[in-house]
Design a protein around this ligand. Structure first.
Ligand SMILES: [Zn+2]
Length: 238
């Protein structure tokens, strides 16, 4: 997968990702509407936490009026593990600084979701099901809007595996969105594994599992895009 997502044109969805969450090259297959990806980090020219970065995103939204916006801001700071161990290790001052930045990006993502709703367009927001972000104000507010759907599933059902031992990794995930087809494709798709799961810790074949799990498995991307395409084409016909 590319590491210059922010500069790559995509055909399908305009999205904000924390990493290469969706392999946007897949989107071309679906031949939807041209969009742009923005990366939350690793992009010094476009700091999304800053005023200029946000203005760039709003310009794109106003210019292209994307039908669907996939939002996946960084979630690490909202994980129970970071709260338990990382916070102590990095010190409270550093934690608070990083947390403020994460909160700014989270609020920004929620603003975009609300904007899409107001414009009668679509958004998909994704975070791990266990993340504490779900209890924060902006995300609660977005989740409670009329027409917004909450969908939970396990990524092992969509082929998330460790790179070496090929053990399934469960990673329960939550989406809030207004794409009914997405709910039908994902909601309640929980684990059916008959073998033990691999925990998301350490590395295999030189790949850190926590980084691996930031990327959606191919079947999840395909399923997501098929659902989005179905939704958008139904609306087009009607
Ligand atoms: Zn499983």
């Amino acid at each position: 997968m590319s590491d210059n997502l922010s500069t790559r044109r995509v055909d399908a969805i305009m999205e904000i990702v924390s990493d290469d969450t969706v392999d946007v090259s897949e989107c071309q297959f679906f031949n939807l509407i041209a969009g742009e990806s923005f990366d939350w980090k690793d992009d010094e020219e476009m700091d999304l936490a800053g005023v200029n970065g946000r203005a760039t995103v709003w310009n794109h939204i106003n210019l292209y009026a994307p039908k669907v916006f996939v939002l996946s801001p960084p979630c690490t700071l909202y994980s129970a593990l970071v709260n338990m161990w990382g916070r102590k290790a990095m010190g409270e001052a550093k934690y608070q600084k990083l947390r403020e930045e994460a909160d700014r990006l989270l609020s920004f993502a929620c603003e975009i979701g609300l904007h899409q709703l107001r414009c009668r367009r679509h958004f998909v927001f994704e975070h791990p099901d266990g993340a504490s972000s779900w209890k924060t104000g902006p995300l609660l507010h977005l989740s409670q809007q009329p027409g917004v759907i909450v969908t939970r599933f396990d990524q092992c059902r969509f082929g998330l595996r460790s790179p070496g031992s090929q053990q399934p990794i469960r990673k329960r995930t939550r989406l809030v969105h207004n794409v009914p087809q997405l709910g039908q494709a994902f909601d309640g798709a929980f684990c059916q594994c008959t073998v033990p799961h691999r925990r998301i810790e350490g590395s295999e074949n030189g790949v850190q599992l926590s980084s691996l799990c930031e990327t959606y498995p191919p079947l999840m991307v395909e399923t997501m895009l098929a659902a989005i395409r179905a939704e958008v084409s139904v609306e087009f016909i009607n």
